[in-house]
Design a protein around this ligand. Sequence first.
Ligand code: GLC
Ligand code: CA
Length: 568
Amino acid sequence: MNRSWWKESVVYQIYPRSFQDSNGDGIGDLPGITSRVGHLKTLGVDVVWLSPVYRSPNDDNGYDISDYRDIMAEFGTLADFDTMLEALHRHGIKLMMDLVVNHSSDEHAWFRQARASRDNPYHDYYIWRAPADGGGPPNNWEAAFGGSAWEWNEATGEYYLHLFSKKQPDLNWENPRLRSEVYDLMHFWLGKGVDGFRMDVINMISKPYGPDGRLPDAPVVKPGFLQPAFGAVTNGPRLLEHLREMKREVLRHYDCITVGEAPCATTRQGMELTNEQGGALNMLFQFEHMELDSVPGHPWGKWGCKPFELRDLKASMTRWQDELVGRGWNSLYLSNHDQPRPVSRFGDDGAQRVVSAKMLATFLHGLQGTPYVYQGEELGMTNFPFRGPEDLRDIESINFWREAVDGRGEDRAAVLDAIRRKGRDNARTPMQWDATPNAGFTSGTPWIAVNPNHAEINVAAEYDDPDSVFQHYRRLIALRRSQPALVYGRYRPILAEHPQIYAWLRTLYDDRLLVVCNFTASPAEFRLPDELDVVRWPLLIANYAVDPAQDLRCFALRPYEARIHRLQ
Ligand code: GLC
Ligand code: CA
């Protein structure tokens, strides 16, 4: 396997609106990030992925871009950006920007032109269709944030496509002029010295046009409703072709890191898109493990919750580890700005918060791939106790509440429970820096409430506590740097059928590491398989004190216990 710096890196995601406010307006900003570079340095991460900071009317918090070459006024200026980039680079940290080019904002100059008339030169930058034969939207697609994926445009007498909100019209990648605009803006940022891109819903850019240019209906999974479009629009026929062109025109001219967000991606697509010969990207964010706690085909979509099963997690992770080895590269993540907090979702955010957050971290960093840490995850930050719709800020949760409660009269408590479990605002509450009233995030009124548990869970407290979640992340990141087997070692699961334990080996030449995680709140008996002959097992990291005299070949793991040993 080829060595590459992006395989050996740990990436830290910053959601700028919620990271650090510098001027008291309650909104995080670029000077705020610059002032916190020391935190990233202390943690030891190599790369920052910055969620969008471009000019935007903020219908979807920056994922609706109205100018790809300027900074959102609330976040600062291009000069502030350059200062931030320089500060990161001075500390040896690279910067990955968010590239949101499946859609733009409806306030982008392109769309203002495009919607004015059919013969406007920008009209073909977007996707337009006539009404269906009997009138109404051209097909049955439901937008990700609810309602039809088609919006009527009076001036041209057509519908335009928006897979997300109606303020996020989809760009037309069939148009070579649009594609070269995208490549130009990528050169603009790479030319400024940024080190790569995280590509938003990149596997949706090629739409599944029929021979007559029609966009076919999505399969019916919720009879009587609009149908989720994702299955129909991901991995379209020209996806690889477009990404190869992007590689040829842009990416191959820089030593950069790329990760494509790819909902619904299969391992096959993972191999196709990330292999170093014919592929185009370094890695994907796949979603299988993010769907293990949703009921498939539920009319509420992702909001139809069920408990996750360790068995399913093992099967899914193992498939991605096995199938991509030598043929592509994995990304590893448990959280980002779209997901609830992992300790609340897969661990225990009550009495066992600290050990279970450390277990989840050990699990993630013990696999093969590039780990991503989302702001606050390194503290073991938890979900937020939303009281009702007045606490919500995210368009997805707000629209779900409106449709379900106000529209269909569904049970308020059930809807609120789903939003508490799955809502994206859980990840977007301000970073908890200290125990002061606004957690050190702002001197003003924060745009979204600070979690009341910040008095206990915060950076300042965790810096001082050698047993904190933060210190465990720091040690894990340092461990990865010192152990090539953690980066490049081959993955082999053991005890595949164990209902509580997830354990595997990482082997590189004659080096063997063992990762063991108890995913439950009860003790679990671990037995090393007989065929593994070992005489010594030095401990590399653990989330409990470990008795050095204990026999690793058979012992009881404590609740949420996790360790990495070297086998000798
Ligand atoms: C991605 C982003 C998400 C956004 C959506 C539309 O999934 O991560 O935050 O809402 O794309 O851009
Ligand atoms: Ca601010």
